[in-house]
Write a protein that binds this ligand. Structure first.
Ligand code: MG
Length: 447
């Protein structure tokens, strides 16, 4: 039986087991009160359990006096943008992101169109056991429908000041898009058409019957790789079910890895707008190489997109994000946005007159290894406490777990937030070296 997972990024579980309409109702009711019973925007991805979750969420919100704006099936970044650009006090995106079809979840949005900051999320979670004071019969909220969220999102992307839309259109790129039958189907093909592309859609029906394992990783994108080759396309894009992560397949039909979505976006945007960039501690060190070309700095944050978005806002960064394919383009908003990422990549292709694989080859190559250490909950802190002694000769960053900074390699060691596990991530110049460092690290910590 799966466990309900409650964290700063929301609440998720397997529908009917750990997440139920009752739980959704309780979270939504308390969220309505937490956001001062104001207007709340709600959107959902294409999951088959979405309508059941949605009706429970709406019921909770209306009963405490919130007006609800229903966006229908939309991407998570569309929900975030709709909150930011309206007078809503918050939003809820009903989606389990890259998790498989039996999962569902809720992500909670603050009035500024960003996810709850960690301290706000803690406060909200702390309020869940408080008794509910329902609104009076004459103060019930009202439900409104807004079917233009996607249209406004696309318009915002097309207005990015440094995008040369006519140049992109003139290239008439042939693009294969794989939305895994998630919410991407309602936005991504439309955006690509607006950019003058010849669009070949695969899995773009938002049915919630995911055509393959939905996380946009190379191992799950064989169909897209094949389609790019068969159609002789310029590029292939994959979205996760709620469209905040982007993976790219080159014109050769090879997935170039989700890290490249961010790195190519950084390189393109920095050539247009100078400014320090932000990314999390576990994303590729190629960001530092790219930043160096443009004379700017990389600021590393805790893992979790809200931490990156918040840092970008402080720094007024033009671009940033997470190495898992989460591109944050500041001119659209400070949250991960796969459609915005696609527009940036196509603009880069158009202006550079190069192919995807040529652009990818220009980015310094590093290789990851990751492993995890299963230990008794009681021993977790003991093992973490060992890390500074084991790596006494290195520079350590303790922003989030412990990151060991070596010469052309790093090791990031973190406790999992949900299980008694220590995760070890390594990046270096070769796969063999990364694997070896990962293995050695685990041996040293277990000693
Ligand atoms: Mg997602």
């Amino acid at each position: 039986m799966s466990k309900l997972m409650v964290s700063v990024s929301g609440v998720r579980g397997v529908f009917g087991e750990s997440i139920t309409p009752e739980i959704a109702l309780n979270f939504a009711t308390h969220f309505g009160i937490f956001r001062n019973r104001g207007k709340i925007v709600v959107g959902r991805d294409s999951r088959t359990t979405g309508p059941a979750m949605f009706n429970a969420v709406v019921s909770g919100l209306l009963s405490v006096g919130c007006d609800v704006i229903d966006l229908g099936i939309v991407s998570t970044p569309t929900v975030l943008l709709a909150v930011e650009e309206s007078d809503a006090n918050g939003g809820i995106s009903i989606t389990a992101s890259h998790n498989s079809a039996e999962w569902n979840a809720m992500k909670f949005v603050s009035g500024n169109g960003m996810f709850l900051f960690p301290e706000e999320a803690d406060k909200f979670i702390g309020s869940l056991d408080e008794p509910v004071e329902y609104a009076n019969w004459d103060k019930m909220g009202k439900l409104y429908s807004d079917s233009d969220g996607t249209k406004r999102h696309i318009e915002k992307i097309l207005k990015i000041s440094y995008l040369d839309i006519s140049k992109i259109k003139s290239k008439k790129f042939k693009v294969v898009i794989d939305c895994v039958n998630g919410a991407g189907g309602v936005i991504s093909p439309l955006l690509l058409e607006k950019l003058g592309c010849e669009v070949i859609e695969i899995n773009c029906e938002p049915t919630g019957h995911f055509a393959h394992t939905p996380e946009p990783l190379k191992k799950n994108l064989k169909q897209l790789e094949d389609a790019v080759k068969i159609h002789n396309a310029d590029i292939g894009f994959a979205n996760d079910p709620d469209v905040d992560r982007l993976a790219i397949v080159s014109e050769k039909g090879e997935c170039i890895g989700e890290e490249l979505s961010l790195l190519l976006s950084e390189k393109f945007v920095l050539s247009k707008v100078k400014g320090d960039i932000a990314t999390n501690l576990s994303s590729s060190m190629a960001s530092e190489d790219i930043a160096k070309i443009f004379g700017v700095k990389v600021h590393r944050t805790k893992v979790g997109e809200i931490n990156v978005g918040k840092k970008m806002m402080e720094l007024n960064s033009p671009i940033g994000g997470e190495g898992n394919g989460g591109v944050i383009c500041a001119e659209v908003h400070y949250t991960r946005d796969a459609p915005a990422g696609m527009a940036l990549i196509l603009a880069y292709l158009a202006e550079s007159e190069k192919t995807v694989s040529e652009l990818a080859n220009e980015i310094p190559k590093y290789y990851f290894a990751k492993d995890k250490l299963k230990v008794d909950s009681a021993k977790l802190n003991q093992i973490m406490a060992k890390v500074p002694q084991v790596f006494a000769n290195y520079k350590l960053d303790k922003t989030d777990g412990i990151k060991i900074l070596g010469n052309k390699f790093w090791i990031h060691i973190r406790k999992s937030g949900t299980e008694p596990i220590i995760r070890v991530y390594v990046e270096s110049e070769t796969t063999e070296k990364s694997k070896q460092i990962c293995e050695d690290t685990i041996t040293k910590l277990m000693r």
